[in-house]
Design a binder for this molecule. Structure first.
Ligand code: ADP
Ligand code: MG
Length: 465
């Protein structure tokens, strides 16, 4: 990866990783994996319910220009009639372990952090780190003296992403058309893109791939007579647009960014994700679909029940604090409708933050979420540190907190699935006490799973005893 602090683009370092795999309860991993097709169904059904999306955002769009612009594009494309009824989404649902008391015993459960419906990254790195850890585990006989039986699950993350893009390509039914990767101006996590490109080439050498920086696309793209998406002076037809960028308002700071997004959305190309899938990942939906009854609007009862089991509690911030009851801000996280890390406010910082927004319509952009109380596990975080020579931290005994992501892939036509897949995982580990997460944002490293038998609350002892 490149890091913003590096002097030029010729400098690279390894992505941040943990030295050892991360112990994680097997039953909770299995639960999160089983839920993924339900998460896929939920986001598909939200994406297709325009009036629900509009109602949910009705207050937010008064002050949130970014969400308003996405919604406007969604409206325009529906009004003129969708040139491409097939929609795709490669998503990742993220979870943290939560410690809670049950019958006087502390135990663990999964809590969903969020669902990422655009630019869900790290699938290839995650696979490579799982392979590296499997090797280290066998070489150093990690955990052979352990009382717990452990397993390393297969990590189908890269295959899922590749197959998702290939399925979208085949649905377009045009040989010699291109998959377009939409990228940032300066690509930090370039190898994540490159490994996907390479894996597509290995499975399907007939599929050509082209990369386009978002900032250049308005000049490069145009629509053909049947809304074909054309690039390279009309010489190449794009069948699939794979967004690895465009999820944050700052991505749209250059001239014509919104025009470029509009051309792509109006075109016949299959978008991964389409704008309505992008919108369906908004954090506001977590707050409004926060119990079984609300989930039943989009899911059958048994599926709503399964998903409801992993949901945190949420509150809106559109009024004064009265709805919080006995809950204190110290135990909450405040989130705006943003992606990509660095936007949240945690615990004690919430009150002063909201005080500044008193009587402001902007309050409605935020949601309050219960703070997840994750256990620590000892491991070593190996990351690029430009001050490494000065910082002699004891990395051999670090306490890390893990976040598990499960990948999902959808290809659909209207409300009907062509494919509804779940496979592969990402584990990100951050130092205990670090509030934000995310590898690209520099807070966490990539790890892998070491599944331990049920209710192993003392996860630490799995590797280190
Ligand atoms: P983003 O879209 O920026 O990734 P997230 O909702 O994933 O936003 O939050 C960023 C990070 O903040 C997460 O990776 C996690 O480490 C931490 N976080 C988010 N929600 C909670 C929560 N409810 N309790 C504890 N930590 C949280
Ligand atoms: Mg996140």
């Amino acid at each position: 990866m490149r890091y913003p602090s590096m002097p030029n683009d010729n400098c690279v370092a390894h992505a941040p990783i943990t030295l050892l795999p991360s112990p994680f309860p097997k039953r909770i991993y299995q639960e999160c994996l089983d839920i993924q097709p339900i998460v896929n169904k939920l986001i598909l059904n939200i994406a297709n319910d325009l009036s629900f999306i509009e109602n949910t955002f009705s207050d937010i769009v008064k002050t949130d220009e970014f969400t308003r612009s996405l919604l406007d594009i969604n409206r325009v494309t529906l009004k003129e009639g969708l040139a491409q009824p097939i929609i795709a989404c490669i998503n990742r649902s993220d979870y943290m372990l939560d410690r809670f008391e049950a019958c006087d015993n502390e135990t663990l459960r999964a809590r969903q952090v969020e669902v990422n419906t655009i630019a869900s990254a790290m699938a290839p790195h995650s696979l490579n780190v799982s392979r590296m850890h499997s090797y280290l585990k066998s070489k150093y006989r990690i955990n052979t003296n352990n009382k717990f039986s452990v397993q390393t699950p297969e990590n189908g993350s890269l295959d899922l992403v590749v197959q998702g893009l290939v399925d979208a390509y085949d649905a377009y039914k045009k040989t010699n058309s291109y998959i377009l990767f939409v990228t940032e101006e300066r690509s930090y996590n370039f190898s994540d893109h490159a490994l996907i490109e390479l894996a597509i080439y290995r499975t399907r050498p007939d599929i050509p791939i082209i990369r386009g920086r978002f900032c250049d696309l308005n000049k490069l793209l145009r629509l053909g007579p049947n809304k074909e998406l054309l690039i390279d002076e009309g010489r190449k037809e794009v069948s699939v647009v794979y967004f690895r960028y465009g999820y944050d308002p700052v991505n749209y700071n250059h001239e014509d960014a919104w025009k470029a997004r509009l051309i792509m959305e109006r075109s016949r190309a299959v978008k991964c994700p389409s704008i309505n899938f992008h919108l369906s990942g908004a954090k506001k939906f977590q707050q409004v679909l926060n119990n079984k009854e609300q989930l039943e609007r989009f899911l059958p009862s048994n599926e709503a029940e399964k998903l409801n089991k992993v949901l945190c509690k949420f509150w809106p911030v559109d009024e004064e604090d009265s709805k919080l009851g006995s809950v204190s801000y110290e135990d909450l996280v405040l989130k705006p409708q943003r992606e990509g890390g660095g936007h949240n406010t945690f615990g004690a910082d919430i009150k002063p933050f909201l005080r500044n927004l008193r009587n402001s319509q902007e309050r409605s952009q935020y949601i309050l979420m219960e703070m997840i109380n994750s256990p620590c596990v000892r491991n070593c975080l190996l990351s690029y540190d430009k001050h490494a020579a000065q910082n002699q931290a004891d990395i051999t005994n670090e306490r890390l907190v893990n976040e598990l992501g499960i990948y999902g892939s959808i290809l659909a036509e209207g409300g009907a699935f062509h494919t509804n897949k779940a496979a592969g995982y990402l584990v990100r580990s951050k130092r205990f006490g670090v509030k934000e997460g995310g590898v690209a944002s520099g807070h966490a490293g990539i790890s892998s799973l070491l599944l331990v038998e049920d209710n192993t609350d003392d996860l630490d002892s799995t590797i280190f005893n």
